[in-house]
Design a protein around this ligand. Structure first.
Ligand code: FMN
Length: 327
């Protein structure tokens, strides 16, 4: 399939694997890129720029296809060594960066000078327009359904994507709630040039996480995610578990007086416990409502092939058949 996104990134299929903390390691990024999509290494999961450089080098040994690096800009008292991470990306010869979180403007001159294409992930049309104005090459439009941080506007993709299509000149992909060929065709119909998936890629053979995580996604329905940290204006969609329910009880109890310190036991240092140890009650980890559509753990190649096959069948048989019904 050829879209503005496949052309921009030099990939075969318009399917991107979004950055995921403690999931987006070289194994997954390489598997997605090898299957014709765009795999992305999650920069901040590597504790130092040197470790990110090593992860990029490791990914190169697993694929000769394009892959990207995610840089998430979080509000932080002690910010990570962003200049170091940017340098590791440039030195590693990576040509695609997915930015997310705060405005990436400060980092664009260095990235652009190195010939890097930047896709910024955001949850509102106004932030997407801002990203376009500062020179980003593409947008990942992340709807309210998404796993992770959906922002505070709560606009789902059926509204957000056509709004983005009205407003943007640069290409965008649909992110949040994407699972299969139906998602891809719907996203294209709403004006996107492809899809970005997080949760769906965790439930694959190659995702380098504990099997309990994959099984939890398969077992979950679309009713099993919760929004946490809304009182802190840092809303995150997570899969419910004992730790998450404890966190929500604190939010109800403390109301507007809640601080990050109150919920630190349920949010700080949770990712390694979930993703590596499979301790599924530990606390908050991002997961999308799309878990309700996921009931298998295929290889990445099988997943991407099935998305493309289903999309093709939908477009050329089901939809075309509606336009030209045979007598
Ligand atoms: C476990 C997990 C961790 C994530 N970590 C990050 C992250 O570190 N940075 C980021 O920009 N997005 C992160 N995301 C968001 C994904 O890149 C993607 O935008 C989102 O999952 C799309 O929604 P979906 O899960 O419905 O496909 C994470 C998502 C999940 C599920």
């Amino acid at each position: 399939m050829k879209t503005r996104i496949t052309e921009l990134f030099g990939i075969e299929h318009p399917i991107i694997q979004g950055g995921m903390h403690h999931v987006g390691l070289a194994e997954l990024a390489a598997a997605v890129s090898n299957a014709g999509g765009l795999g992305i290494i999650t920069g901040l999961t590597q504790r130092t720029p040197e470790l990110l450089a090593a992860e990029i080098a490791r990914c190169r040994t697993m694929t000769d296809k394009p892959f990207g690096v995610n840089l998430t800009f979080l509000p932080s008292v002690n910010p990570p060594d962003y200049p170091g991470y940017v340098q590791a990306i440039i030195d590693g010869g990576v040509k695609i960066v997915e930015t997310a979180g705060n405005n990436p403007q400060k980092w664009l001159p260095a990235l652009k000078a190195a010939g890097i294409k930047v896709i910024h992930k955001c949850t509102s049309v106004r932030h997407a327009l801002k990203a376009q104005a500062i020179g980003c090459d593409a947008i990942s439009v992340d709807g309210f359904e998404c796993g992770g941080h959906p922002g505070e506007d709560d606009v789902p993709n059926f509204i957000l994507l056509p709004r983005a299509a009205q407003a943007l000149k640069i290409p965008f992909v649909a992110s949040g709630g994407m699972a299969d060929g139906r998602s891809l065709v719907a996203a294209l119909a709403l004006g996107a040039e492809g899809i970005n998936m997080g949760t769906r890629f965790i439930a694959t053979q190659e995702a380098p996480v504990h099997d309990n995580v994959k099984q939890a996604i398969v077992a979950a329905s679309e009713l099993d995610t919760r929004l946490v940290m809304r009182p802190l204006r840092n809303t995150e969609r997570v899969l419910t578990n004992a730790g998450v329910e404890r966190l929500l009880a604190k939010e109800r109890e403390l109301g507007a007086a809640i601080t990050f310190a109150d919920i630190a036991p349920e949010v700080a240092g949770i990712y390694p416990r979930i993703m590596q140890q499979g301790d599924m009650q530990a606390g908050a980890w991002s997961c999308g409502m799309v878990a309700g559509l996921i009931d298998d753990v295929p290889t990445v190649q099988q997943l991407i092939d099935s998305i493309m096959d289903q999309a093709q069948a939908l477009i050329s048989a089901r939809l075309a058949g509606m336009l030209h019904p045979s007598a």
